[in-house]
Design a protein around this ligand. Structure first.
Ligand SMILES: Cc1ncc(COP(=O)(O)O)c(C=O)c1O
Length: 375
């Protein structure tokens, strides 16, 4: 049996005709970018999340750039960011001239460790970026409390967490601002790149809107209040996302159902194979990541059985060649480095067939008993 890690074919199968119609409709409308489809999508995201403002952008990376610029990140400003994450957060800080100050992660969850955050705050720290990865959320209560004491602005990297919530507040709205990415692999995957910023802050929202479109205010064309970007969303992307948002809750429910089956099967395998079991927040499963002592052995075994897996992420960010100039060395971020060695993502998507889910479970269990037999 072959179980692909992603299955875009299945993912978009039911929308083929809809997508064709949408492309025809937008392609012949003379309205291609940042028009009524984008405005309608922003309105739907406001309704779905409860955000006061939603600002659609070209990508999650673009959204982070706009937000960090709007929050005043530039040369001389330090931004606290997790040592284990996708590169977007740390790279956008650097590209704006700021300095990423890496914070180690909680070894159990892989999310920003509040104790290390407090230890890493510098006199130039202005912003902290807690990131929620895979399906796990950062400890927002502790991070918000530390941020309030040190006057740090909290930018939640909720790129993969649309639909997740903590005590009734959506991920993305637990700090000053957040964002959701609609890269096709994400839980609400689009037909191209795209993302949206959410915030309840009027002033920040106004600044983000202007920065998205070359510093213009949306009223007077070619009047540029600031130097901004072309980080706008296309109408086709917005139209499709609005359509897909209608069934988003059932898509994330199916993801949670599969994750529940994985949890049930794998919880007995600790400490050799560990998963983060449910916490006191509503999770949305982007990918299903486990920690395995012999990650590469497990990955090889699953590959031999036709199961494709991914490693998110194979190296702690401070040790990436792109951040060599910051002078970090192996051992500086023990938990991030450990997780980079042990993480393995299993296939998980709403369209996955039950027999594939069962096959993945059987294969992980078989590997585990084989390894136990050698011990
Ligand atoms: C946690 C996180 N932040 C930011 C991004 C960037 O989003 P995009 O790919 O839309 O630029 C990603 C994308 O994978 C992500 O996983």
């Amino acid at each position: 049996m072959n179980v692909p890690f992603f299955n875009y074919e299945a993912r978009y199968a039911q929308d083929k005709e809809v997508i064709k119609d949408m492309i025809f409709r937008v392609g012949t409308s003379n309205n291609f970018i940042l028009k009524e489809c984008v405005a309608a999508f922003e309105e739907r995201i406001r309704q779905y999340t409860g955000a006061k403002h939603a600002i659609a952008t070209c990508s999650g990376t673009g959204a982070l750039t706009i937000l960090l610029r709007a929050m005043g990140v530039q040369s001389g400003v330090d931004v606290l960011t997790p040592a284990f994450s996708f590169i977007s957060t740390a790279s956008t800080i650097s590209l704006l001239g700021g300095r990423p100050v890496f914070v180690d992660v909680d070894p159990r969850t892989g999310m920003m460790d509040p104790n290390d955050l407090e230890a890493k705050i510098t006199p130039n720290s202005r912003v902290v970026i807690p990131t929620h990865l895979f399906s796990v959320m950062a400890d927002m209560r502790a991070i918000n409390e530390i941020a309030a004491r040190h006057q740090l602005v909290v930018l939640e990297d909720s790129a993969v967490s649309l639909g997740a919530s903590m005590q009734g507040t959506m991920a993305g709205l637990l700090g000053k601002a957040g964002l959701y990415s609609f890269f096709p692999a994400k839980p609400l995957g689009g037909i191209g790149d795209g993302a949206i910023i959410v915030t309840n802050d009027d002033e920040l929202a106004t600044r983000c809107r202007m920065l998205r479109n070359h510093g213009q205010d949306g009223i007077t064309r070619f009047l540029h209040h600031h130097l901004g970007y072309n980080h706008r969303m296309d109408e086709t992307v917005a139209l499709y996302l609005t359509h897909k948002l209608e069934r988003f809750d059932s898509l994330i429910a199916r993801r949670a159902e599969i994750a529940g089956q994985y949890h049930e099967a794998f919880k007995s395998l600790a400490p050799q194979i560990e998963v983060v079991l449910d916490d006191d927040y509503e999770r949305v499963y982007y990918t299903y990541v486990l920690q395995a002592e012999d990650r590469d052995g497990l990955r090889h075994d699953l590959h031999e059985r036709g199961i494709e897996t991914q490693i998110y992420y194979p190296e702690a960010l401070p040790l990436q060649p792109a951040f060599q100039h910051l002078g970090h060395k192996r051992g500086d971020f023990p938990h991030a480095e450990g997780i980079a060695k042990r993480s393995l993502a299993l296939p998980l998507y709403a369209e996955m067939q039950d027999e594939h889910v069962q096959y993945v479970i059987e294969s992980v269990m078989a590997y585990s008993s084989k390894v136990n037999a050698y011990v």
